[in-house]
Design a protein around this ligand. Structure first.
Ligand SMILES: Nc1ncnc2c1ncn2[C@@H]1O[C@H](COP(=O)(O)OP(=O)(O)O)[C@@H](O)[C@H]1O
Ligand SMILES: [Mg+2]
Length: 494
């Protein structure tokens, strides 16, 4: 699970997408919140104008004694009405007065609803604050009051129409209005409503969470769609590296991945064809050399000089051995041995036992069952080549096997002279031997190591040689099989 959140494609997509989603959502919220606030401000302003119109009409017909009560009745938490004898005068002064009015308690005894008496900012402490100079959330946002001017407005109702002046205050969160009444007095109206702070409401959170979950699900689906064919490709590439032929990778999925699969299939095909062509060619050469070699041997018989004849015969024998070995090798190669699960420990043990039965000095150190997918006959040949070398050049063979997370190691140690370090790499080349002569007395023709390495590399592994204090240590390393070793039930000793 930890790996999923760190490295998987889905996790990466989610990590990239979520912040972007959050950002997009936040921007969306802010934009709509702004729009909504602007709309509400307009509505509030309209309402204020309507109220002011009503106030103008009512005040004319209301006896003086009731005027105060009327204004109080018309006032809301966010608006106040009052009369003055003079016109508005300087805007700064007027708005200061309005500010004070807005903070006057609505109810004379301030009983009951407390909020009804504290003005728009919920606190009467700011009584001495003035428009444009407070730390109120409303006024903070602007000092535009300096640019703000009274504008004429007509207060229309069914019966009459009064000319008035209106001013927008406080970044449109507030407004002031003055209208001259027929009796010479002025009606003043002020309105202010602080903007609502953005709150993290639970619907917001829920909608964010739902979007996040849906996006994550989407990311997982998309990643699966990409990852599945990728994983198939990885498996195919790995098993190709182990020399397995496993047919075509399905060419499906998103375009880029499909193309990768197509390219992989083509590569696999070419590789297979190339290997097959090479083997066929080697086989043809080996086969075609047979007849001339036979002819040569026959003709050699006619050479009179005994020494020359026997030397030439030796050479012809050598050529014969080389072509025979090549043919044998190509025949083995041309048969495509299927990969299957076996117990490699048992496989190595059986090789050792066979040689021990022939009276050779081979010892095998047991180490339990080691199931492994391989081409058993080929692997057997590679191991056998190394053990035979140990016996031939190092007098005895000590064979051990170990498996770990890094793969399987088969080690063969002997008591021989070893190989000079600078010659080590060369010994793997075909037909190369430390001792130049190729005669039956000293062993093979120099193909053993080369064939062994070809086989082990076809399994995705490699062979390493190291000189020890007395003797050579050859190690066949086989890579771990992805997804673990095969369970023993399906494996079998060979
Ligand atoms: N265990 C060993 N100890 C010393 N020399 C070795 C050992 N194994 C291989 N060699 C050297 O490497 C050469 C190449 O080995 P190989 O490819 O098996 O060919 P061949 O055994 O047919 O000579 C051998 O001729 C030998 O000189
Ligand atoms: Mg050999």
């Amino acid at each position: 699970m930890k790996r999923f959140w760190g490295k998987s494609l889905a996790a990466q997509i989610i990590w990239f997408m979520l912040p972007i989603m959050l950002l997009a959502q936040s921007i969306g919220f802010l934009v709509t919140a702004d729009d909504r606030a602007a709309e509400l401000r307009e509505i509030a302003l309209d309402e204020f104008i309507v109220r002011s119109t009503t106030a103008v009409q009512l005040i004319e017909t209301t006896p003086q004694a009731y005027q105060d009560a009327l204004f109080r009745a018309m006032a809301t938490n966010y608006s106040r009405f009052w009369l003055t004898n003079d016109g508005p005068g300087e805007l700064d002064r007027w708005s200061q007065d309005a500010w004070h009015k807005l903070h006057e308690p609505l109810l004379e005894n301030a009983s009951g609803n407390a909020s009804a008496s504290t003005g728009p900012w919920g606190s009467a402490d700011r009584d001495n604050s003035t428009w444009g100079m407070t730390d109120s959330p409303v006024l903070q946002s602007t000092n535009r009051i300096k640019d703000t001017i009274w504008e004429p407005i007509e207060l229309k109702s069914e019966e009459q129409s009064t000319l008035a002046q209106i001013v927008r205050l406080d970044d449109n969160y507030g407004a002031g209005l003055v209208a001259k009444l027929p009796n010479g007095q002025w009606l003043n109206a002020a309105y202010a409503k602080p903007p609502k702070k953005f709150v993290w409401t639970s619907p917001t959170t829920v909608s964010l969470a739902i979007t996040a979950v849906m996006l994550s699900a989407l990311a997982i689906i998309v990643a699966r769609r990409i990852a599945r064919p990728m994983r198939r490709l990885t498996h195919a590439a790995e098993s190709l590296g182990r020399g397995e032929q496993n047919g075509h990778v399905p060419e499906e999925g998103p375009d880029d991945i499909r193309r990768t699969a197509v390219a992989f299939n083509q590569m696999q095909e070419r590789l297979t064809r190339f290997l097959a062509d090479r083997t066929t060619m080697l086989a043809a050469i080996g086969h075609d050399l047979r007849t001339p070699i036979t002819t040569m041997r026959l003709r050699t018989e006619f050479i009179a000089d005994d020494e020359t004849r026997s030397r030439l015969l030796d050479t012809v024998e050598e050529m014969q051995a080389i072509t025979d070995a090549t043919l044998e090798f190509t025949q083995e190669q041309s048969v495509d041995e299927p990969t299957r699960p076996v117990d490699v420990a048992a496989l190595v043990e059986s090789i050792c036992e066979d040689l021990a039965d022939l009276g050779r000095d081979v010892r095998f150190r047991e180490n339990g069952v080691i199931p492994y997918r391989c081409k058993p006959a080929r692997l057997r040949r590679a191991i056998r080549n190394l053990i035979e070398n140990a016996l031939r050049y190092g007098h005895r063979a000590d064979v051990s096997i170990a498996s770990s997370a890094a793969g399987v190691d088969i080690a063969i140690e002997d008591n021989g002279p070893g190989i000079p370090d600078k010659e080590m790499d060369r010994m793997f080349l075909p037909f190369v031997r430390l001792e130049e002569s190729r005669n039956a007395g000293t062993g093979g023709i120099g193909l053993g190591l080369s064939i062994a390495r070809t086989i082990v590399r076809a399994h995705g592994g490699d062979i390493s040689l190291t000189n020890m204090a007395n003797g050579l240590r050859a190690v066949i390393h086989l890579p771990p099989i992805p997804g673990g070793f095969m369970p023993y039930e399906t494996s079998e000793a060979v």
